[in-house]
Design a protein around this ligand. Structure first.
Ligand code: ADP
Ligand code: MG
Length: 240
């Protein structure tokens, strides 16, 4: 589904991604882990062209996003993204947050968008919050709304950038549970996370990034029990 080759990104003199290559299959759940500043967020952002790569190619479902001819808007519609800091629309209700893009971009009728939104709110356990404003929600509830909002666009791929890092500890589980359900439903997911338990339990594969390079890649059991490189061992010692 995703084919990444020689992906590079520099900001001025600083080379943040130094030639990343990987493939992700449909339905696969990939956890991206690594030290702060290793390029994890930049990698995700290059996959949906929130950042323009300075080298290499990204193909999603056979479309080369990095080609000048690519319909980036269309491709991006197939990719949902969830950030550490929610980014909900503060002036819209929860229902408004979920229906905004489907109505505006996908030209769904308001009624159809609302019906779909209510189904998604039930799926993330927030049926009673349709009329609430984001400011009245807890962090965990906000993040579940953000996930439902991304799903409302019917993406084929979901990218998560540290979705639980800004949450109080007691709210982490409710968000991870929603993500687990999503993984079970067959969604293709790439998740940057510091939740090693989640990576171990839910991911099919772990990518370990360090200093802009993909240093190790493999099934979580192998990676966590038998890291091959000194850098991965060091990292795991600090976080486990
Ligand atoms: P991670 O998500 O692994 O913590 P990032 O991808 O956010 O790492 O950042 C990797 C490096 O790129 C860091 O040194 C960061 O300062 C730098 N960086 C990220 N975004 C920008 C930007 N827009 N301009 C300049 N430097 C950036
Ligand atoms: Mg980051």
């Amino acid at each position: 589904m995703i084919h990444v080759e020689g992906l590079r990104k520099s900001f001025g003199e600083l080379e943040v991604l130094k030639g990343i290559a990987t493939d992700v299959a449909s339905g696969e759940v990939v956890a991206v882990i690594g030290p702060s500043g290793s390029g994890k967020s930049t990698f995700l952002r290059c996959l949906n062209l929130l950042e323009t790569p300075t080298g290499g190619t990204v193909q999603i479902n056979g479309t080369e996003l990095t080609s000048p001819k690519a319909d980036v808007r269309a491709a991006r519609q197939e990719i949902g993204m969830v950030f550490q800091h929610f980014h909900l629309f503060p002036h819209l209700t929860v229902l408004g947050n979920l229906t905004y893009a489907p109505v505006k971009v996908k030209r769904l009728s308001k009624a159809a968008a609302e019906e779909k939104a209510l189904g998604l709110l039930s799926r993330v356990g927030l049926s009673d919050k349709a009329g609430a404003y984001p400011s009245s929600l807890s962090g965990g509830q906000k993040q579940r709304v953000a996930i439902a909002r991304a799903l409302a666009m019917e993406p084929r791929l979901m990218l998560f950038d540290e979705p639980t890092s800004a949450l109080d500890p007691e709210m982490v589980k409710e968000v991870l549970d929603v993500m687990k359900d999503l993984a079970k439903s067959g969604m293709t997911m790439i998740v940057v996370t510091h939740e090693m338990g989640f990576a171990r339990e839910v991911a099919d594969r772990v990518l370990f990034l360090d200093q802009g390079a993909l240093i190790e890649e493999g099934p979580p059991e192998t990676f966590f029990s038998h890291p091959k490189t000194g850098r991965a061992k060091d990292f795991l010692q600090k976080v486990l």
